[in-house]
Design a protein around this ligand. Structure first.
Ligand code: C2E
Ligand code: MG
Ligand code: MG
Length: 322
C-alpha cells in the first residue's frame, strides 16, 4: 500500500483456533494468540492452526519474557566478575557476566535468558544497564586503588540500535568513568552483517578509547579480515580450543598458530576457560599474555572476588558503608 510518498509492504501472520462450542471466548482468543505467535516465530507471513503442543512452549516462553520485563524494571539483574590474569597470576581485567537473580527461579545463567532478551529487543536496555553498572564498579575499584578494567559483552543485536556508540559514551560520561577503565567484547556474529553502520559504531567506540576484543575466537568464522577491518585490540581464544590443551595435537597446533598470528599482528590474547595448571603452563610457555578460567576464579559478585597481587591477597570489598 502507498502512504503518502512511502510504499509499505505488509505481510500477514495469522493464528487460527477451531471452536467446538465448548470454549469460552477468552480461551479461544488465548489460543489464536498462541497460534499467532507461533506463526510469527516460524518466520511470519503464514497461518498456524492452534494445537495443544503449541500451548506449553509458547506460554512458558511468554511467561519468561514478561518476567524479564519485570526484572528490568525492578533491577533483578546482577553482575558477576571473572578475572583475566597475567603471566604472574595477577588480575588485570574483570569480565562482567550477567545473571538474573529471579525471586521465583533463583540465579539464572545468561544462556537461558539472553536469547529471550535478544528476540524481544530488551537486550538494548539490558546492555545499557550492564554498561552503567560496570562503569560504577570500575570507579569503585579505582577509588580503592585497584586499576582493574572491566570487560563488557555486547550482543550482536545491540548493533541494531541506531546509536549504540552514542548511548554507551553518554553513560561513560554520566558515571564519570574513563574509557580506559572498560573494554568491549564482541563476537564474530555481530560482524557478519559487517556493514558501514557496524564499522562506524566500532570505530567511534575505539576512537573514544574503549579497547575492543573479539570474543570466542575460532568458533565462528575467525576471519582475519575482521581483525584488520575493525582494528581489534585483541582476541579471546574460545575455551573449546583451550580444553584440548596440551594433549590434543589439533588444539596445540591451533592455539600455537593463533598466538603466533596475534603476536605478528600486535594483538593482545586472552585464553578462555583455563581449568587446570597443565593448560595454564602450556599457554604461559607459548607466550599467551592473559588467562581466564575456573583455574583462577569462577565468576563472583564483586564483593566476593578474592584475588592476589604480588603474591598477596587483595581485598576487593568495599569499606562497610559501601
Ligand atoms: P563469554 O563472554 O564467552 O563468557 C565466558 C563464559 O564461560 C561465562 O559463562 C563463564 O562463566 C564461562 N567460563 C569461564 N571460565 C570457564 C572455565 O574455566 N570453564 C568453563 N567450562 N566455563 C568457563 P556465562 O557467565 O554463563 O556466560 C555465557 C555467555 O553469555 C557469555 O560468554 C556471553 O556471551 C553471554 N553473556 C554474559 N553476560 C552478558 C552480558 O552482559 N551481555 C551479553 N550480551 N552477553 C552476555
Ligand atoms: Mg565474553
Ligand atoms: Mg567467550
Amino acid at each position: 500500500m502507498r502512504i503518502g510518498q512511502y510504499e509499505c509492504f505488509v505481510s500477514p501472520s495469522i493464528g487460527i483456533a477451531v471452536s467446538d462450542g465448548r470454549h469460552s471466548a477468552t480461551e479461544l482468543l488465548k489460543r489464536v494468540d498462541l497460534a499467532l505467535y507461533a506463526a510469527k516465530d516460524a518466520g511470519r507471513n503464514r497461518t498456524v492452526i492452534y494445537n495443544e503442543a503449541l500451548s506449553d512452549a509458547a506460554a512458558s516462553r511468554r511467561e519468561l519474557e514478561q518476567a524479564l520485563r519485570r526484572a528490568l524494571d525492578h533491577e533483578e539483574f546482577v553482575l558477576h566478575y571473572q578475572p583475566q590474569v597475567n603471566a604472574q597470576g595477577e588480575p588485570e581485567v574483570m569480565e562482567a557476566l550477567l545473571r538474573w537473580a529471579s525471586p521465583d527461579r533463583g540465579l539464572v545463567p545468561p544462556g537461558v535468558f539472553i536469547p529471550v532478551l535478544e528476540e524481544s529487543g530488551m537486550i538494548i536496555e539490558a546492555t545499557r544497564w550492564v554498561f552503567r553498572e560496570a562503569c560504577r564498579q570500575a570507579c569503585r575499584w579505582h577509588a580503592m586503588g585497584h586499576a582493574l578494567r572491566i570487560a563488557v559483552n555486547l550482543s550482536p543485536l545491540d548493533f541494531r540500535q541506531a546509536d549504540l556508540a552514542g548511548s554507551l559514551l553518554a553513560i561513560l560520561e554520566e558515571e564519570g568513568a574513563s574509557a580506559s577503565m572498560l573494554e568491549l567484547e564482541v563476537t564474530e556474529s555481530a560482524l557478519l552483517e559487517a556493514d558501514e553502520h557496524v564499522q562506524q559504531t566500532l570505530g567511534r567506540l575505539k576512537a573514544a578509547g574503549l579497547p575492543l576484543l573479539l570474543d570466542d575466537f575460532g568458533t565462528g568464522y575467525a576471519s582475519l579480515t575482521y581483525l584488520q577491518r575493525f582494528r581489534f585490540d585483541g582476541i579471546k581464544i574460545d575455551r573449546e580450543f583451550v580444553s584440548g590443551l596440551p594433549d590434543s595435537e589439533q588444539s596445540v597446533a591451533l592455539v600455537r598458530g593463533i598466538l603466533t598470528m596475534a603476536s605478528h599482528l600486535g594483538l593482545h590474547v586472552v585464553a578462555e576457560g583455563v581449568e587446570n595448571e597443565r593448560q595454564a603452563a602450556f599457554l604461559r610457555l607459548n607466550g599467551c599474555p592473559s588467562l581466564q578460567g575456573f583455574h583462577y576464579a569462577r565468576p563472583q559478585p564483586a564483593a566476593q572476588c578474592r584475588l592476589q597481587q604480588n603474591g598477596r591477597p587483595i581485598n576487593l570489598q568495599l569499606p562497610l558503608d559501601g
